[in-house]
Design a protein around this ligand. Structure first.
Ligand SMILES: [Mn+2]
Length: 450
């Protein structure tokens, strides 16, 4: 590996490779989103290539109950990806060798654990290095031949939305090396969806186009307005057709109040993965669908390149995309509740809370307030929240707000400043919302000039 990476990171990665060589069996723990499943797939593939045996366990988030399971498992070596930053002290106290490859906000410093996290080197783990990036860097430290896993890591990057503002930091190191090897190709962006246009517009939610997304009539009308007939794909359009379609979508998004910042982001560059015959966002989508459909194992196997699991993952994706677009249309109709500093919706019937939360924040909600989704289908309500960069600029920190509001309501929470989650007893939902509204209000006041 060259000198493009921080020396402290290189040191940890080489320690990790050393630890791997000392053991034959590994237990990998990871997170159930696209980034976490991609990270687990990358580590599993790299270990399998070394002839190692392994087991993978996926958690929706790392909470005390799951931490106790990791502590109780009798394994010589534990590898934790896309999780763990807030439990470093507990990992340190374990008898097994532990490798943590995370990118979440720092908690304790590691004394004994082999720990790699972009934040440790002054690199922003929210934008410039994700769980899959760290897993990939670990994989190439183990063996340079693992560069072919970079497309999976790019899917993890896309899954954690770290490509939106241009690829930077550790992700740029990955992209540059992968482009050189012909494994990832950057393509110019468009507001029109990849693949079949009619299907993509109908089930697409990024961007969510009011009156088009989720509506067969709306989709047909938009394509007719753009003068596009039949089963077109973006690649098959003339330059004039493509630009007419993109402009019509832009007008609709501006009319529904989408910010210029968001519009530019929606027309972001795409990353084609030739060895996977898809693009990074599409691969992230189908891996993510597995986590959401309680089939995390399929997601890990798909990330490892298993053809049959990739096909199954594609089916999960198609059905979940329809459910998501329907749920968002319902929230758009009258499902978004406004509080003073936050806005929230109930997703107990639909699930998909995190995904919906992102779409509502970006395309439908009040851009000034963080969006919160609450799934109260079970006794423990699961919470997702999303903010925007401009909210962060005004002092909003959802990692801190969720951590404190969940704790105050008898639960646990945390994550990133711009996107955080947690859980509370369902009966305490309104208590939680009250605390969260107050905390976010205080964060904004604390930042405001006197
Ligand atoms: Mn992640």
């Amino acid at each position: 590996m060259d000198g493009g990476l921080p020396s402290k990171l290189l040191e940890s990665l080489s320690d990790a490779a050393g630890i791997v060589r000392r053991h034959d069996f590994f237990h990998i723990y990871s997170h159930y989103d696209a980034d976490g499943l991609a990270a687990a797939g990358i580590v599993a593939k790299a270990l399998a290539r070394e002839g190692k045996e392994l087991e993978v366990t996926i958690f929706p988030t790392l909470v005390d109950e799951f931490m106790k399971r990791i502590e109780a498992a009798d394994t010589d070596c534990v590898i934790v990806t896309d999780l763990g930053a807030s439990y470093i002290g507990r990992f340190d106290a374990m008898k097994s060798d532990v490798i943590v490859l995370d990118h979440h906000t720092l908690g304790d410093w590691a004394e004994r654990v082999c720990y790699a996290n972009p934040h440790l080197y002054g690199i922003d783990g929210m934008s410039s290095g994700c769980g899959a990036t760290m897993a990939f860097l670990f994989a190439i430290a183990l063996n340079e031949a693992n560069w072919d896993l970079s497309p999976v890591a790019m899917a993890g990057i896309a899954g954690d939305r770290q490509h939106l503002d241009g690829v930077s930091g550790l992700n740029a190191y990955l992209l540059e090396g992968a482009e050189k090897r012909g494994l990832i190709e950057e393509r110019p962006g468009s507001l029109a969806p990849a693949g079949n246009l009619a299907t993509g517009l109908f089930v697409g939610t990024d961007p969510y186009i009011r009156g088009v997304s989720g509506s067969a009539e709306g989709t047909a009308a938009l394509l007719a307005d753009a003068g596009i007939k039949g089963e077109g794909t973006l690649d098959g359009l003339t330059a004039e057709e493509a630009s007419r379609l993109s402009s019509l979508i832009a007008v609709k998004l501006i009319t529904q109040g989408v910010s210029r910042e968001k519009l530019e982001e929606a027309a972001r560059a795409r990353y084609r993965l030739p060895t996977w015959n898809t693009d990074a966002e599409a691969l992230a989508e189908i891996i993510n669908a597995c986590g959401r459909c309680n089939a995390a194992g399929v997601g890990v196997a798909a990330a490892m390149g298993d053809k049959q699991c990739l096909a199954t993952a594609g089916e999960y994706d198609a059905s979940s995309r329809k459910a998501v677009v329907d749920a968002i249309s319902a929230i758009d109709a009258d499902g978004l509740r406004q509080m003073e500093h936050i806005q929230w919706f109930d997703s107990s019937d639909s699930g998909f809370t995190g995904v919906i939360c992102g779409v509502v924040m970006n395309y439908l909600g009040d851009p000034a307030k963080p969006t919160v989704g609450i799934n109260g289908a079970e006794d423990t309500a699961k919470i997702s929240s999303r903010g925007t960069l401009s909210q962060l600029g005004r002092g909003v920190d959802l990692a801190d707000a969720l951590k404190r509001a969940c704790a105050a309501a008898g639960g646990e929470g945390g994550g990133h400043r711009i996107a955080a989650g947690g859980s509370v007893p369902k009966a305490n939902r309104d208590v939680f919302l009250g605390f969260l509204d107050k905390i976010v209000g205080e964060q904004i006041v604390a930042r405001s000039p006197l």
